[in-house]
Ligand binder design. Structure first.
Ligand SMILES: Nc1ncnc2c1ncn2[C@@H]1O[C@H](COP(=O)(O)OP(=O)(O)OP(=O)(O)O)[C@@H](O)[C@H]1O
Length: 252
């Protein structure tokens, strides 16, 4: 047991019934306050890893500890919150307010505390004006921020964001980046949006075929062209020096 770590994963192996070897010997430690990006090609096992951290899936072998206490599959652990890849998997109540209240209500908190947490989470995510709207009428970007509010309302000590910028337009993505930069949370964030990872993470893990194959500082790891190409990824544009002449667009 290590009381100082937010997350400790050792020797984690996992297979789906029809898909063996999805995670193979994953080792991972996250300290409180760290913001860790998880990158890797499609099917590398990122979402599966997040579901194992939350106890949604049962490992074939290995152990996950959150804040020094083992995760038992199926047991609710309020210390960790998962923001799903698809917000439609997370939002199902008649109003945004009810959706954000769902978690704290199920934690058995008094109504006054639930109301206070809902308001605070909606304010933090900039979604207060959506409180009375039905979630299924919201845009993709609005749904994403409401899904994050629902997780924040449970006040987890560690958040796992699964592809949080997927299908966001430029403005919604920028709002998400500002939110993540200012959040002060401990988080894991899986993404194919490598510029997002560069902007918000202070460490990166590269996964491929169920293993963590590299780990390091974002600019060094993502800037390693050979490593990135070996694992089906591309060095982000912002890390490539610009050589082409720059022409200002003509405004009409
Ligand atoms: N419910 C399931 N049943 C069977 N196989 C699954 C299931 N979910 C995922 N897989 C398989 O497990 C492997 C890892 O999938 P996972 O979704 O964890 O990858 P990922 O790294 O999150 O991928 P992506 O970047 O495409 O989201 C893939 O080969 C996938 O086909």
């Amino acid at each position: 047991m290590n009381e100082l770590l937010a997350l400790s994963v050792s020797g984690l192996n996992f297979s789906y019934p029809d898909r063996p070897g999805v995670l193979r010997g994953v080792e991972l430690r996250v300290s409180p306050g760290e913001r860790v990006g998880v990158i890797g090609p499609n099917g590398a096992g990122k979402t599966t890893l997040f579901h194992l951290l939350c106890g949604v899936l049962r490992p074939a072998s290995g152990q996950v500890e959150l804040f020094g206490k083992p995760v038992i599959p199926g047991e609710f652990r309020p210390e960790i919150g998962l923001v799903f890849q698809n917000p439609d998997d997370q939002l199902f109540c008649p109003s945004v307010r009810d959706d954000v209240a769902f978690g704290p209500q199920n934690m058995g908190l008094p109504q006054k505390e639930v109301r206070a947490r809902v308001t605070a989470a909606l304010e933090t995510t900039g979604t207060l004006e959506l409180a009375d709207r039905p979630p299924h009428h919201l845009s993709g970007g609005e749904k994403r921020m409401v899904a994050i509010a629902g997780v924040l309302a449970m006040r987890p000590r560690l958040i796992a964001y699964d592809e949080p910028s997927a299908s966001l337009d430029i403005r919604s993505r920028r709002r998400l980046i500002r939110f993540l930069q200012g959040s002060g949370e401990t988080f894991l964030l899986s993404s194919h949006d490598l510029e997002l990872v560069l902007e918000v993470c202070d460490r990166v893990l590269l996964m491929d075929e169920g293993r963590i194959v590299a780990e390091g500082a974002p600019r060094e790891l993502l800037g390693d062209t050979g490593l990135m190409e070996t694992h089906g990824l591309e060095k982000p544009h912002s890390l490539t020096p610009h050589t082409a002449p720059h022409h200002e667009p003509r405004r009409t």
